[in-house]
Design a protein around this ligand. Structure first.
Ligand code: AMP
Length: 234
């Protein structure tokens, strides 16, 4: 049987990390519609240009274009043991399309997993993150993970602007960096707000179908993975 998993989770919930672990553990294909859209940046045709403009504006691509891109992708790749969908569906119309599509293939969703995290913790996980410039898997956080981290809030000349976060590793003194979208408190909040506003209807949708499992993401990575596996293994 082919596994079809949907992962939902706010920015900072560890969704990307968990998707990677589950993909490897079950030999699945990880499909992120955001990545599929970003890959269009190498194309010059009208469709690709239209998508780029929509993405740059921060809006959602239309359901029709998103579903079609996903359909083409699903039909062009080796699905291995199944698929883990990340960033899709984002609307109820997409969820309904997916259900009909899978039915037409004699398949159905295995599970929908929502990683739940308090919005303020989600904010701190992104805003407080400092990463190694050469290896983004090495990350520290001023709120949660300060072992081996030295950081300070650097005042601006004349104290005209709010202080900026600066950090380095205690071991080698290497300067750490922040992702540009983490460094702007406003941008972090906006992404969290959008997620909460757009996924709430989907949570209700999958709850009503009885296939949604909510997992508390405010725990160590291994604990979250273990619970995800027990959901998938049924
Ligand atoms: P992401 O990397 O998932 O944050 O997606 C980046 C951008 O791609 C989004 O801001 C949307 O413009 C577009 N996108 C990705 N997935 C979808 C989707 N399921 N429905 C509509 N637009 C999407």
């Amino acid at each position: 049987m082919t596994l079809y998993l949907i992962m939902m989770g706010v920015q900072g919930s560890g969704k990307g990390t968990q998707a990677g672990i589950i993909r490897d553990a079950y030999n699945l294909v990880h499909i992120s519609t955001g990545d599929l859209f970003r890959a269009l940046k190498h194309r010059e045709d009208e469709f690709a240009k239209k998508i780029q403009a929509i993405m740059a504006s921060g809006q959602l691509v239309s359901d029709e274009d998103t579903n079609e891109l996903l359909r083409q992708h699903l039909e062009s790749i080796d699905l291995k043991n199944g698929v883990i969908l990340d960033g899709y569906p984002r609307t109820t119309a997409q969820a309904e399309w997916l259900e009909t599509y899978l039915q037409s293939k004699g398949q159905k969703l295995t599970a929908v997993i929502a990683l739940e995290l308090d919005p303020y913790i989600a904010f701190k996980r992104s805003f407080g993150r400092l990463i190694h410039p050469q290896d983004s898997t090495k990350a520290w956080n001023i709120y949660y993970n300060t072992d081996g981290l030295e950081y300070e809030w650097v005042k601006s000349d004349g104290n005209l602007f709010p202080p900026r976060l600066s950090g380095k590793t205690s071991e080698t003194g290497e300067a750490l960096t922040r992702r540009p979208d983490d460094a702007s408190a406003d941008a972090v909040l906006k992404r969290i707000d959008t997620y909460l506003a757009t996924t709430a209807p989907l949570v209700a949708y999958y709850q009503s179908k009885g296939i949604l499992t909510t997992i508390n993401a405010d725990r160590p990575i291994e604990a979250v993975t273990a619970e995800m596996k027990s959901v998938i293994d049924g």
